[in-house]
Design a protein around this ligand. Sequence first.
Ligand code: NDP
Length: 264
Amino acid sequence: MSKKAKFPKLILITGATSGIGLATAKRFAKNGFNLIITGRRKKRLAEIKKNLADKYAVNVCTLCFDVRDYNACKKAINSLTGEWKDIDILFNNAGLAKGFDPVHQGSLEHWETMIDTNVKGLLYMTRLVSQGMVEKKSGHIINTCSTAGHEVYPNGNVYCASKHAVEALTRAIRIDLHKSGIRVSQISPAHVEETEFARVRFDGDKERAKIYEDFNPLRTKDVAKAVYYIASQPAHVNIQDIILMGTQQANSNIIDRSGRKYDL
Ligand code: NDP
Protein backbone atom coordinates (compact mmCIF):
# COMPACT_ATOMS: atom_id res chain seq x y z
CA MET A 1 0.00 0.00 0.00
CA SER A 2 1.35 3.41 -0.89
CA LYS A 3 2.01 5.83 1.94
CA LYS A 4 -0.57 8.57 2.16
CA ALA A 5 -1.01 11.41 4.61
CA LYS A 6 -4.46 10.15 5.49
CA PHE A 7 -5.71 6.65 4.82
CA PRO A 8 -9.15 6.89 3.23
CA LYS A 9 -11.97 4.94 4.79
CA LEU A 10 -11.57 1.19 4.67
CA ILE A 11 -14.30 -1.37 4.02
CA LEU A 12 -13.97 -5.14 4.30
CA ILE A 13 -16.43 -6.94 2.02
CA THR A 14 -17.04 -10.67 2.34
CA GLY A 15 -18.24 -12.37 -0.83
CA ALA A 16 -16.76 -9.74 -3.13
CA THR A 17 -15.96 -12.12 -5.99
CA SER A 18 -19.39 -11.75 -7.59
CA GLY A 19 -22.89 -10.32 -7.42
CA ILE A 20 -23.84 -7.87 -4.70
CA GLY A 21 -20.42 -7.92 -3.03
CA LEU A 22 -18.61 -7.12 -6.27
CA ALA A 23 -21.03 -4.31 -7.18
CA THR A 24 -20.60 -2.88 -3.68
CA ALA A 25 -16.82 -3.05 -3.97
CA LYS A 26 -17.07 -1.01 -7.19
CA ARG A 27 -19.40 1.52 -5.59
CA PHE A 28 -17.15 2.11 -2.60
CA ALA A 29 -14.01 2.20 -4.74
CA LYS A 30 -15.66 4.82 -6.93
CA ASN A 31 -16.16 6.86 -3.76
CA GLY A 32 -12.51 6.63 -2.75
CA PHE A 33 -12.66 3.85 -0.17
CA ASN A 34 -9.79 1.41 0.20
CA LEU A 35 -11.02 -2.16 0.16
CA ILE A 36 -10.34 -5.55 1.65
CA ILE A 37 -12.12 -7.96 -0.64
CA THR A 38 -12.68 -11.59 0.31
CA GLY A 39 -13.98 -14.83 -1.15
CA ARG A 40 -12.76 -18.36 -1.86
CA ARG A 41 -11.67 -17.79 -5.47
CA LYS A 42 -8.11 -16.51 -5.40
CA LYS A 43 -7.71 -15.84 -9.11
CA ARG A 44 -10.98 -13.93 -9.26
CA LEU A 45 -9.94 -11.83 -6.26
CA ALA A 46 -6.64 -10.96 -7.96
CA GLU A 47 -8.42 -9.90 -11.17
CA ILE A 48 -10.93 -7.77 -9.26
CA LYS A 49 -8.15 -6.16 -7.22
CA LYS A 50 -6.32 -5.16 -10.40
CA ASN A 51 -9.45 -3.79 -12.06
CA LEU A 52 -10.50 -1.75 -9.04
CA ALA A 53 -7.03 -0.41 -8.30
CA ASP A 54 -6.48 0.56 -11.96
CA LYS A 55 -9.88 2.12 -12.50
CA TYR A 56 -10.40 3.94 -9.22
CA ALA A 57 -6.83 4.46 -7.92
CA VAL A 58 -7.64 2.97 -4.52
CA ASN A 59 -5.71 0.45 -2.43
CA VAL A 60 -7.09 -3.07 -2.47
CA CYS A 61 -6.11 -6.01 -0.29
CA THR A 62 -7.37 -9.54 -1.01
CA LEU A 63 -8.01 -12.26 1.55
CA CYS A 64 -8.88 -15.71 0.25
CA PHE A 65 -10.65 -17.91 2.79
CA ASP A 66 -13.84 -19.79 3.58
CA VAL A 67 -16.06 -17.96 6.08
CA ARG A 68 -17.28 -21.32 7.41
CA ASP A 69 -13.83 -22.01 8.85
CA TYR A 70 -13.22 -19.94 11.99
CA ASN A 71 -9.49 -20.62 12.02
CA ALA A 72 -9.22 -19.48 8.40
CA CYS A 73 -11.18 -16.30 9.20
CA LYS A 74 -8.92 -15.64 12.18
CA LYS A 75 -5.74 -16.25 10.19
CA ALA A 76 -6.95 -13.90 7.46
CA ILE A 77 -7.85 -11.08 9.85
CA ASN A 78 -4.66 -11.55 11.86
CA SER A 79 -2.61 -11.31 8.65
CA LEU A 80 -3.64 -7.66 8.25
CA THR A 81 -0.95 -5.19 9.19
CA GLY A 82 -0.65 -1.43 9.68
CA GLU A 83 -3.56 0.63 8.43
CA TRP A 84 -5.25 -2.41 6.93
CA LYS A 85 -6.18 -3.42 10.48
CA ASP A 86 -8.18 -0.25 10.95
CA ILE A 87 -11.43 -1.42 9.35
CA ASP A 88 -14.19 1.20 9.30
CA ILE A 89 -16.93 -0.88 7.70
CA LEU A 90 -17.50 -4.63 7.75
CA PHE A 91 -19.93 -5.70 5.03
CA ASN A 92 -20.99 -9.24 5.96
CA ASN A 93 -22.28 -10.24 2.56
CA ALA A 94 -20.96 -13.75 1.79
CA GLY A 95 -23.92 -16.08 1.64
CA LEU A 96 -25.90 -18.46 -0.45
CA ALA A 97 -28.97 -20.60 -0.87
CA LYS A 98 -28.68 -24.30 -1.67
CA GLY A 99 -31.60 -26.39 -2.89
CA PHE A 100 -35.30 -25.72 -3.15
CA ASP A 101 -37.09 -28.66 -1.55
CA PRO A 102 -39.84 -29.15 1.01
CA VAL A 103 -38.47 -29.96 4.42
CA HIS A 104 -39.14 -33.74 4.23
CA GLN A 105 -36.98 -33.96 1.09
CA GLY A 106 -34.30 -31.46 2.04
CA SER A 107 -30.59 -32.20 1.86
CA LEU A 108 -28.79 -32.08 5.20
CA GLU A 109 -25.64 -31.04 3.39
CA HIS A 110 -27.46 -28.06 1.88
CA TRP A 111 -28.86 -27.08 5.27
CA GLU A 112 -25.48 -27.20 6.93
CA THR A 113 -23.82 -25.23 4.13
CA MET A 114 -26.43 -22.45 4.43
CA ILE A 115 -26.33 -22.28 8.23
CA ASP A 116 -22.53 -22.45 8.36
CA THR A 117 -22.10 -19.74 5.72
CA ASN A 118 -24.99 -17.36 6.30
CA VAL A 119 -25.11 -17.51 10.10
CA LYS A 120 -21.87 -18.85 11.51
CA GLY A 121 -19.64 -17.17 8.90
CA LEU A 122 -21.26 -13.82 9.62
CA LEU A 123 -20.77 -14.39 13.35
CA TYR A 124 -17.11 -15.39 12.97
CA MET A 125 -16.30 -12.28 10.95
CA THR A 126 -18.23 -10.04 13.31
CA ARG A 127 -16.48 -11.53 16.33
CA LEU A 128 -13.06 -10.92 14.77
CA VAL A 129 -13.60 -7.44 13.34
CA SER A 130 -15.85 -5.91 15.99
CA GLN A 131 -13.15 -6.19 18.64
CA GLY A 132 -11.04 -3.48 16.95
CA MET A 133 -14.13 -1.35 16.39
CA VAL A 134 -15.00 -1.49 20.09
CA GLU A 135 -11.44 -0.52 21.00
CA LYS A 136 -11.51 2.57 18.79
CA LYS A 137 -15.17 3.23 19.59
CA SER A 138 -16.29 3.54 16.01
CA GLY A 139 -17.23 1.36 13.09
CA HIS A 140 -20.12 0.16 11.01
CA ILE A 141 -21.29 -3.40 10.46
CA ILE A 142 -23.65 -3.93 7.54
CA ASN A 143 -25.15 -7.38 7.05
CA THR A 144 -26.72 -8.73 3.89
CA CYS A 145 -30.05 -10.06 5.02
CA SER A 146 -32.85 -10.63 2.47
CA THR A 147 -36.58 -10.35 2.15
CA ALA A 148 -36.22 -14.03 3.13
CA GLY A 149 -35.23 -12.69 6.54
CA HIS A 150 -38.62 -11.04 6.87
CA GLU A 151 -40.93 -13.50 5.09
CA VAL A 152 -40.93 -17.17 4.20
CA TYR A 153 -41.78 -18.82 0.90
CA PRO A 154 -42.50 -22.40 -0.21
CA ASN A 155 -39.35 -24.58 -0.22
CA GLY A 156 -37.32 -21.72 1.24
CA ASN A 157 -37.34 -23.26 4.75
CA VAL A 158 -33.68 -23.30 5.82
CA TYR A 159 -32.51 -20.39 3.64
CA CYS A 160 -35.32 -18.27 5.12
CA ALA A 161 -34.42 -19.46 8.63
CA SER A 162 -30.77 -18.52 8.07
CA LYS A 163 -31.77 -15.03 6.93
CA HIS A 164 -34.22 -14.67 9.83
CA ALA A 165 -31.18 -15.43 12.00
CA VAL A 166 -29.25 -12.64 10.23
CA GLU A 167 -32.17 -10.30 10.97
CA ALA A 168 -32.11 -11.27 14.66
CA LEU A 169 -28.33 -10.94 14.83
CA THR A 170 -28.36 -7.47 13.26
CA ARG A 171 -30.75 -6.33 15.97
CA ALA A 172 -28.96 -8.15 18.79
CA ILE A 173 -25.47 -7.02 17.75
CA ARG A 174 -26.74 -3.43 17.62
CA ILE A 175 -27.83 -3.75 21.25
CA ASP A 176 -24.40 -5.09 22.20
CA LEU A 177 -22.38 -2.47 20.32
CA HIS A 178 -24.33 0.79 20.18
CA LYS A 179 -22.74 2.13 23.36
CA SER A 180 -19.36 1.70 21.70
CA GLY A 181 -20.39 4.05 18.90
CA ILE A 182 -20.75 1.25 16.37
CA ARG A 183 -23.54 1.31 13.84
CA VAL A 184 -25.16 -1.97 12.88
CA SER A 185 -27.35 -2.08 9.78
CA GLN A 186 -28.61 -4.50 7.21
CA ILE A 187 -29.75 -4.59 3.64
CA SER A 188 -32.70 -6.80 2.68
CA PRO A 189 -33.09 -7.25 -1.07
CA ALA A 190 -35.60 -9.41 -2.87
CA HIS A 191 -34.60 -11.01 -6.20
CA VAL A 192 -31.34 -9.59 -7.58
CA GLU A 193 -29.96 -10.61 -10.96
CA GLU A 194 -26.39 -10.30 -12.26
CA THR A 195 -25.39 -12.61 -9.40
CA GLU A 196 -24.46 -16.28 -9.16
CA PHE A 197 -27.14 -16.80 -6.53
CA ALA A 198 -29.62 -18.87 -8.58
CA ARG A 199 -26.86 -20.86 -10.29
CA VAL A 200 -25.38 -21.77 -6.90
CA ARG A 201 -28.79 -22.61 -5.47
CA PHE A 202 -29.54 -25.02 -8.32
CA ASP A 203 -26.04 -26.51 -8.49
CA GLY A 204 -25.21 -24.96 -11.86
CA ASP A 205 -28.48 -26.07 -13.55
CA LYS A 206 -28.88 -23.18 -16.02
CA GLU A 207 -32.51 -23.98 -16.85
CA ARG A 208 -33.68 -24.03 -13.23
CA ALA A 209 -31.63 -20.89 -12.57
CA LYS A 210 -33.72 -18.94 -15.10
CA ILE A 211 -35.87 -17.30 -12.46
CA TYR A 212 -35.54 -13.69 -13.52
CA GLU A 213 -36.44 -13.76 -17.22
CA ASP A 214 -40.15 -12.91 -17.02
CA PHE A 215 -39.95 -9.84 -14.77
CA ASN A 216 -37.57 -7.02 -13.90
CA PRO A 217 -35.74 -7.84 -10.68
CA LEU A 218 -33.25 -5.61 -8.88
CA ARG A 219 -29.77 -5.20 -10.33
CA THR A 220 -26.67 -5.58 -8.19
CA LYS A 221 -25.92 -1.87 -8.57
CA ASP A 222 -29.32 -1.03 -7.02
CA VAL A 223 -28.33 -2.93 -3.89
CA ALA A 224 -24.80 -1.48 -3.88
CA LYS A 225 -26.29 2.01 -4.05
CA ALA A 226 -28.45 1.27 -0.99
CA VAL A 227 -25.48 -0.13 0.92
CA TYR A 228 -23.52 3.02 0.14
CA TYR A 229 -26.46 5.14 1.27
CA ILE A 230 -26.48 3.30 4.62
CA ALA A 231 -22.74 3.82 5.00
CA SER A 232 -22.66 7.47 4.02
CA GLN A 233 -25.00 8.91 6.62
CA PRO A 234 -23.72 11.34 9.25
CA ALA A 235 -22.20 9.60 12.29
CA HIS A 236 -25.30 10.10 14.46
CA VAL A 237 -27.60 8.35 11.97
CA ASN A 238 -27.93 4.56 11.81
CA ILE A 239 -30.15 3.16 9.09
CA GLN A 240 -31.28 -0.12 10.54
CA ASP A 241 -32.54 -1.87 7.42
CA ILE A 242 -33.39 -1.18 3.82
CA ILE A 243 -35.86 -3.61 2.28
CA LEU A 244 -35.89 -3.31 -1.49
CA MET A 245 -37.64 -5.12 -4.32
CA GLY A 246 -38.09 -4.73 -8.03
CA THR A 247 -41.29 -2.86 -8.87
CA GLN A 248 -42.76 -6.04 -10.39
CA GLN A 249 -42.23 -7.91 -7.10
CA ALA A 250 -44.78 -7.27 -4.32
CA ASN A 251 -43.35 -9.73 -1.80
CA SER A 252 -41.42 -12.99 -1.73
CA ASN A 253 -44.36 -14.90 -3.17
CA ILE A 254 -46.12 -12.43 -5.43
CA ILE A 255 -44.33 -11.42 -8.61
CA ASP A 256 -45.77 -9.99 -11.81
CA ARG A 257 -44.22 -12.50 -14.22
CA SER A 258 -46.03 -11.17 -17.29
CA GLY A 259 -42.79 -10.01 -18.90
CA ARG A 260 -40.18 -7.36 -18.31
CA LYS A 261 -41.90 -4.01 -17.99
CA TYR A 262 -39.06 -1.58 -17.49
CA ASP A 263 -36.43 -0.87 -20.08
CA LEU A 264 -33.09 -0.07 -18.56
P1 NDP B 1 -23.33 -14.57 -5.51
O1 NDP B 1 -23.37 -16.06 -5.55
O2 NDP B 1 -23.12 -13.83 -6.78
O3 NDP B 1 -22.22 -14.10 -4.45
C1 NDP B 1 -22.00 -14.80 -3.25
C2 NDP B 1 -20.64 -14.41 -2.70
O4 NDP B 1 -20.45 -15.08 -1.44
C3 NDP B 1 -19.50 -14.81 -3.61
O5 NDP B 1 -18.56 -13.76 -3.66
C4 NDP B 1 -18.91 -16.02 -2.93
O6 NDP B 1 -17.51 -16.06 -3.16
C5 NDP B 1 -19.19 -15.73 -1.45
N1 NDP B 1 -19.24 -16.94 -0.65
C6 NDP B 1 -20.19 -17.92 -0.69
N2 NDP B 1 -19.88 -18.89 0.18
C7 NDP B 1 -18.71 -18.51 0.79
C8 NDP B 1 -17.88 -19.10 1.77
N3 NDP B 1 -18.17 -20.28 2.34
N4 NDP B 1 -16.75 -18.45 2.15
C9 NDP B 1 -16.44 -17.26 1.61
N5 NDP B 1 -17.19 -16.63 0.67
C10 NDP B 1 -18.31 -17.27 0.27
O7 NDP B 1 -24.71 -14.14 -4.85
P2 NDP B 1 -25.27 -12.75 -4.32
O8 NDP B 1 -24.41 -11.62 -4.67
O9 NDP B 1 -26.68 -12.69 -4.70
O10 NDP B 1 -25.21 -13.03 -2.75
C11 NDP B 1 -24.69 -12.11 -1.82
C12 NDP B 1 -25.60 -12.11 -0.61
O11 NDP B 1 -26.87 -11.59 -0.98
C13 NDP B 1 -25.87 -13.47 0.02
O12 NDP B 1 -25.80 -13.33 1.43
C14 NDP B 1 -27.29 -13.78 -0.41
O13 NDP B 1 -27.93 -14.63 0.49
C15 NDP B 1 -27.89 -12.39 -0.42
N6 NDP B 1 -29.10 -12.16 -1.20
C16 NDP B 1 -29.15 -12.43 -2.55
C17 NDP B 1 -30.29 -12.19 -3.27
C18 NDP B 1 -30.40 -12.49 -4.73
O14 NDP B 1 -31.52 -12.55 -5.26
N7 NDP B 1 -29.30 -12.64 -5.47
C19 NDP B 1 -31.48 -11.62 -2.63
C20 NDP B 1 -31.32 -11.33 -1.22
C21 NDP B 1 -30.17 -11.60 -0.55
P3 NDP B 1 -16.66 -17.37 -3.51
O15 NDP B 1 -17.54 -18.29 -4.29
O16 NDP B 1 -15.49 -16.83 -4.27
O17 NDP B 1 -16.27 -17.92 -2.18
